[in-house]
Design a protein around this ligand. Structure first.
Ligand SMILES: [Zn+2]
Length: 379
């Protein structure tokens, strides 16, 4: 079950030129309003920056430079909300920017991205096409549009069912599974897994249930990939191969990825992501750790420093199975020794954008190499 990171957050660098006249402020520090705008923006205090900017705008309502500055700061604010997973506010802010400048590349691209991840594919296509008209030939946006068009052909035909935080898209005519079972699997995941992590995402999570053939067509993934989470949960329901519990286990696994991504602002090492996802999955069906035995006997365990790389699409099925087994075993070792509450503390620290090695060393009071040694001795 592969978990690539696909969300692209556009970094916005504020470049505002210094407008020439009439911008002197009257604050006690003597700084001009403009300097306050710049400082607030630099400190990522975008709401204040907009407020300071409005003091200048009162006297120069038609200054295009000020309008450009407003759009840039709104884009920064929208990006900040987006990174904090406050999608509704991010969207409002980008729409406000769009009112001022309907041809701003960053605004259009981000509105497209928000529409895409909330499964409003027509809106996403419209915004991205408009963005491409502004910056013709942007290669990554072109690639996104191509991917979107492929997905639209399949996903446009799916039925939709919204329940609580889940926006589920599925084949209504497929009688091999019951959509109510899928819904209850997800609701249970939300409650049970949320209880472990003490975290309940507030945003909507898109779950796409494909046929096996559709899944292969849309994803260029190796055969060992059973489902995907690239910001949306994508699952091939091969009913001839999967029973109800297996589908539930995959949904729990993938939902755990969504939760961790949301909780840590997408800053969790891959091995811990996969370890925790399997920990939750194992509550439905036990995880196969047999690849560990041979690797231990032959001294071929993957070093922790290389474990994240071992989940790549370029890996063989055998190598990937070993990586999953190791991630699971190490995570179980951590949970047993320190408890889930410690993992939650670590996740909270990761949310601040810190490197995982620093966080582990600080929280576990030992070097990561020591942790790895202890775990190897224990298995
Ligand atoms: Zn996974």
């Amino acid at each position: 079950m592969k978990y690539p990171d696909k969300i692209i957050i556009v970094t916005v660098i504020l470049i505002i030129c210094h407008p020439a006249v009439g911008l002197t402020g009257d604050d006690p520090s003597g700084e001009t309003w403009w300097q306050l705008v710049e400082r607030a923006n630099r400190n990522e205090e975008y709401v204040s920056a907009l407020d300071y900017l409005s003091r200048i705008e009162i006297n120069q309502p038609d200054n295009p430079e000020l309008a450009r500055a407003r759009v840039t700061i709104l884009n920064n604010l929208g990006n900040k909300y987006y990174q904090e997973r406050d999608i509704a506010r991010a969207r409002d802010v980008f729409l406000e920017a769009l009112e001022i400048d309907p041809a701003n590349f960053v605004t259009l691209r981000m509105l497209g991205e928000i529409s895409y991840f909330s499964q409003h594919l027509d809106d996403a296509e419209r915004y991205w096409k408009e963005a491409l008209a502004v910056k013709a030939g942007d290669p990554s946006l072109r690639a996104q549009l191509t991917k979107l068009n492929k997905e639209k052909k399949v996903e446009g035909k799916l039925n939709s069912s919204s329940l609580a935080n889940f926006d589920i898209r599925y084949h209504g005519g497929d009688s091999s599974y019951d959509i109510y079972d899928i819904q209850s699997n997800l609701l249970e995941a939300y409650q049970e897994i949320g209880y472990d992590f003490n975290y309940y995402p507030i945003g909507s999570i898109v779950v796409l249930l494909y046929t096996g053939e559709e899944f292969s067509r849309l994803r260029d993934a190796p055969h060992w990939v059973g489902a995907l989470n690239d910001g949306k949960i994508r699952l091939p329901v091969r009913s001839d191969q999967l029973d109800g519990d297996e589908i539930k286990a995959i949904l729990w696994h993938e939902y755990t990825h969504s939760l961790i991504k949301d909780e840590t602002n997408n800053n969790c090492p891959r091995w811990l992501h996969e370890g925790l996802a399997q920990h939750e999955q194992a509550k439905v069906i036990p995880v196969d750790v047999s690849p560990l035995d041979g690797a231990i006997r032959q001294g071929k365990l993957i070093p922790l420093s290389q474990l994240d790389r071992a989940f790549g699409f370029d890996q063989s099925g055998g190598a990937a199975r070993l990586a999953y087994a190791e991630a699971y075993s190490l995570t179980e070792y951590l949970l047993e020794k320190y408890g889930f509450w410690k993992i939650n503390v670590i996740l909270q620290e990761l949310k601040k954008g810190r490197g995982w090695r620093d966080v582990f060393e600080e929280e576990l009071l030992m070097p990561v190499s020591e942790l790895e040694k202890e775990w190897r001795e224990a298995i």
